[in-house]
Design a protein. Structure first.
Length: 228
C-alpha cells in the first residue's frame, strides 16, 4: 500500500472512532519511517503515542499519535495476505488506549506491553520474568493471554508428578517431565481447539522476598496433554 493510500485509510479509520476518544490528541500523524525492534528480527514498531509536555497532568495530558507506514510495509513483505486495514485499526486503537490510560493514570497497557516484550524474550531463549504473563489479558480465572499465546497459571508448593487443568470445557492431565524445577513453563500439545500461538502451563511458587532481588531460572519443556 502506497504512503498516500495509507494516510487516507488512517483518516477514514480515525473518523470511525467516537470523537471523545480523541480529547487531548493533538494529531494523528503518518510517518514514512520503518522502525525495527533494536534486538529482534522481524519485529517492528507500528505506532507510538508520544506525550506532549504541556506543564499540566491528569486529564490535561496531550499526546501525538504516529503510525509508521514503513513498518507496516515491512511486515506486509514478510506476511502474505497482510491485513493492512485490520492491523492499522488495531494499532490506532492501541495507541489511543495508551493516551486514555496516561490521562487516567492507569498503567495497564504499559504493563501489557512489558509482558509482550518478556514473551518475545521467552520465544528467543533469553532470560525472562516468570510472572510476566500475569500482566496479560485475563481471559478466565488463572488464564492469561499475551498476544497469541495463552498461559494457564498454577501456584504450587512443590513440583507435582502430573497436573490436571481445564481447557475449553474439557479436562486434561499432563505429566511433569523428570528433573523439572519451579518455576516451569510447559508448552502443552494435544488439546482440542488450541490457541493461535502456544498454550503454556505455568507452575510457580508464591512470590518470595528474595525473588525481588534475583530472577530464578525457568525450566521449559514441551508436554503432551491427555484427556481426563
Amino acid at each position: 500500500m502506497r504512503l498516500q493510500d495509507f494516510e487516507a485509510m488512517v483518516r477514514r479509520l480515525s473518523r470511525e472512532v467516537p470523537a471523545h476518544f480523541f480529547e487531548g490528541i493533538a494529531e494523528v500523524a503518518v510517518s514514512p519511517r520503518t522502525v525495527p525492534h533494536p534486538g529482534r528480527e522481524g519485529i517492528f514498531t507500528l505506532g507510538e503515542c508520544i506525550p506532549i509536555d504541556t506543564g499540566a497532568g491528569g486529564e490535561e495530558q496531550q499526546s501525538r499519535i504516529v503510525l509508521y507506514h514503513g513498518s507496516f510495509a515491512a511486515l506486509a513483505r514478510l506476511e502474505p495476505g497482510y491485513d493492512w486495514r485490520g492491523e492499522t485499526w488495531e494499532t490506532l486503537t492501541h495507541e489511543l488506549r495508551h493516551h486514555l490510560e496516561w490521562r487516567a493514570r492507569a498503567p495497564d497497557l504499559e504493563a501489557f506491553d512489558a509482558a509482550a516484550e518478556q514473551n518475545f524474550a521467552r520465544h528467543d531463549g533469553e532470560p525472562f520474568d516468570p510472572t510476566f504473563h500475569l500482566d496479560g489479558e485475563a481471559v478466565a480465572e488463572h488464564v492469561f493471554a499475551v498476544d497469541d499465546d495463552v498461559f494457564v497459571d498454577r501456584v504450587v508448593r512443590s513440583m507435582p508428578a502430573d497436573l490436571t487443568f481445564a481447557w475449553t470445557g474439557s479436562s486434561y492431565r499432563v505429566p511433569i517431565p523428570a528433573g523439572a524445577t519451579l518455576p516451569a513453563f510447559l508448552s502443552v500439545e494435544g488439546v482440542s481447539d488450541p490457541p493461535p500461538g502456544e498454550l503454556v502451563l505455568v507452575l510457580r511458587r508464591r512470590p518470595r522476598i528474595r525473588d525481588l532481588f534475583s530472577v530464578p531460572p525457568v525450566f521449559q519443556a514441551a508436554v503432551t496433554a491427555q484427556p481426563v
